[in-house]
Design a protein around this ligand. Structure first.
Ligand code: NZQ
Ligand code: ZN
Length: 383
């Protein structure tokens, strides 16, 4: 099995990167459409991002929708869908982190669909069209700004779901590292870990002799480890620009072409956010070590390579590699168990397992054959 899978790769998102990138917004947006400026809880109004965008787009026909929450809900996004229809919006400009970016994609597709937007989230309706989307990124972490993924929560059923909506993949992403200055340190920590785990999900499987993909994945992970080791320099432009680019490259699709992937950490971890609102990056640090230990036999060769190439260990065992990864997470203040994340309910594991069961995720399969028994051991070990 030492060969690449077939692939068909096309990432049409234009990346406009740099401290002066807002100035290019007028040429990125079509001149004659009404644009929805979609944003989150208001950080952009305090840090100058809103003013910078408004100034760059002076004279353009802009309508605003603020209030997209972290881990966006369908309820909030459907209010934006109504506004898009009422105001005859022709372009969605999302300004924020992964939540706004994901929300922009949902709104862009749901606005052109007559049924319940949840059909798109569960794959019952696969949109062939969407309004065009552009993103101004304010938080490097998810890579959502140049991929086709989105994650939306149904609050009533505590179902936080990832789905793909290719027609809403952003036409452009403006990556201005200067906007990171106002980020709480906690969000920078989350960003490092989320991006790192994105690479892991596309790398920690089994070897297929993918020299380029493995080498690039290792380069991105080494960059993230280095950024964690130099975290005290987080206000410096070179540190910021490296995190912004690393997080984008981690999940723009390029490192995952032709190689086996295993997104089980993400698929289990979203339950922790759905239940307790824990930040996405932190949920990954809680689940991943337990998952890797449970599946160590299936991932041994790549774990050893990971220990050697990313952490510079000499002839590491798979367990040494997991321990090095945990030390890296601890260095950026991640919880490694649910209890360290402030959740000490005695029935916490049962609640996570009930969520996984309700959402059809007890037996994720994949190359490591994750069945119900393995899932239960992973969740109990992570709590
Ligand atoms: O809402 P505002 O006021 O803007 O505040 C946000 C929010 O409270 C704040 N923030 C963002 N930029 C800021 C800032 N505060 C100060 N200065 C800035 N420059 O940060 C908080 C968190 O923002 P959010 O967008 O929720 O964070 P993140 O980028 O980590 O996105 C998380 C969401 O993305 C999903 C996650 O599940 C979660 O729902 N993901 C999306 C993926 C994708 N589409 O590919 C992949 C990921 O694995 C992930 O699942
Ligand atoms: Zn993630």
């Amino acid at each position: 099995m030492n060969h690449l899978f077939e692939f068909n790769y096309h990432n049409p998102t234009r990346i406009v990167f740099g401290p002066d990138s807002f100035a290019q917004l007028p040429s990125l947006l079509p001149a004659d459409v009404r644009v929805l400026l979609l944003y989150g809880g208001g950080s952009i109004k305090q840090n100058g991002v809103y003013d910078g965008i408004r100034a760059a787009l002076a004279g353009r026909d802009l309508v605003e929708f603020g209030g997209v929450e972290a881990n966006p809900t369908q309820t909030t996004l459907d209010r934006a869908v109504d506004l898009v229809r009422r105001e005859k919006i022709g372009f969605i400009l999302g300004v924020g982190g992964g939540s706004v970016s994901d929300g922009a994609k949902y709104v862009a597709a749901a606005a052109l669909y007559d049924g319940d937007g949840w059909d798109i989230v569960i794959g019952k309706h696969q949109p062939q069209q969407a309004l065009p989307v552009g993103i101004v990124l304010t938080l490097p972490a998810t890579g959502s700004e140049s991929n086709a993924g989105s994650v939306v929560t149904n609050t009533a059923t505590q179902d936080k779901r990832a789905f793909f909506v290719p027609p809403a993949r952003p036409r452009f992403a403006v990556l201005n590292p200067a906007v990171m200055g106002s980020l709480p340190l906690r969000q920078l920590e989350n960003g490092i870990v989320d991006a790192f785990v994105h690479v892991c999900e596309q790398y920690l499987t089994y070897p297929v002799g993918a020299l380029v993909q493995d080498g690039y994945a290792e380069a991105v992970m080494k960059a993230l480890v280095k950024l964690a080791a130099t975290f005290d320099r987080h206000a410096e432009p070179d540190w910021q620009q490296n995190l912004m680019w690393a997080a984008n490259q981690a999940l723009c699709g390029i490192i995952g072409v032709g190689v086996p992937q295993d997104w089980a950490t993400h698929r289990i971890a979203v339950e922790l956010t759905a239940l307790w609102g824990i930040d996405h990056g932190r949920t990954l640090a809680i689940i991943q070590p337990a998952l890797l230990r449970e599946l160590i036999e299936y991932k041994r060769e790549k774990l050893e390579q990971f220990g050697r190439e990313v952490f510079g260990l000499n002839a590491p065992s798979a367990e040494d590699a997991i321990a090095a990864m945990e030390a890296f997470y601890r260095s950026v203040n991640m919880p490694l168990h649910l209890r360290d994340g402030g959740i000490s309910e005695p029935d916490a594991a049962d609640r996570v397992l009930a969520g996984l069961r309700a959402h059809g995720k007890m037996a994720l399969g994949g190359h490591a054959g994750i069945d119900e028994a393995k899932t239960e051991r992973i969740v109990r070990a992570a709590c």
